[in-house]
Write a new protein. Structure first.
Length: 163
């Protein structure tokens, strides 16, 4: 198993693609497992089989790539996916910014840590911290209302990088 922490973040996109393809080839040849840490959703979408989403040091969603990208269950994942640059936005020079500010880790909000940025928050979210719970076999989420929300995702299949 190899832990790779932001291994391509400082590289030019064409070099990123070469490194990612090399990692994929090595994984197949050597039967490797990667824990791949990245803030770049395009990279994650290309390299991952399963995705774990973290917010303020907490795991908020974990599941198979196809399901998580197409049908996210946590509002923070939805925000992250909305910020994935699309080809038409790149051509027009648009940059989609995730609204709100990350919390001060020394003064986390009560209840759900994502509450100040969550447009789906209810009173319960301020009073009770959601547990990471299994919604379906192999799929975990930490949101009180995960079953009730209908969140937007992205097309999960990516054949080449950049996506
Ligand atoms: S528990 Fe509440 S505040 Fe937290 S992500 Fe879910 S809806 Fe939003």
């Amino acid at each position: 198993m190899i832990v790779a922490d932001e291994p391509v973040s400082a590289l030019d996109v064409s070099i990123q693609a070469q490194i990612l393809n090399l990692l994929k080839d090595l994984q197949e040849q050597q039967n490797l497992t990667y824990i791949f840490v990245s803030h770049n959703m395009s990279v994650i979408r290309y390299i991952s089989d399963r995705i774990a989403v973290m917010y303020a040091g907490k795991l908020v969603e974990l599941g198979p790539k196809q399901e998580l990208l197409a049908h996210p269950k946590h509002p923070y994942t939805e925000l992250l996916l909305a910020a994935v640059p699309r080809a038409i936005d790149r051509r027009r020079g648009h940059r989609i910014v995730t609204p709100g500010e990350p919390p001060d880790l020394a003064h986390l909000p009560s209840g759900c840590v994502f509450r100040p940025r969550c447009k789906y928050a209810h009173d319960r979210c301020a009073e009770e911290e959601p547990e990471l719970r299994e919604l379906a076999p192999g799929y975990h989420v930490s949101c009180h209302f995960a079953e009730d929300l209908s969140l937007g995702g992205v097309v999960p299949r990516v054949k080449s990088f950049p996506a």
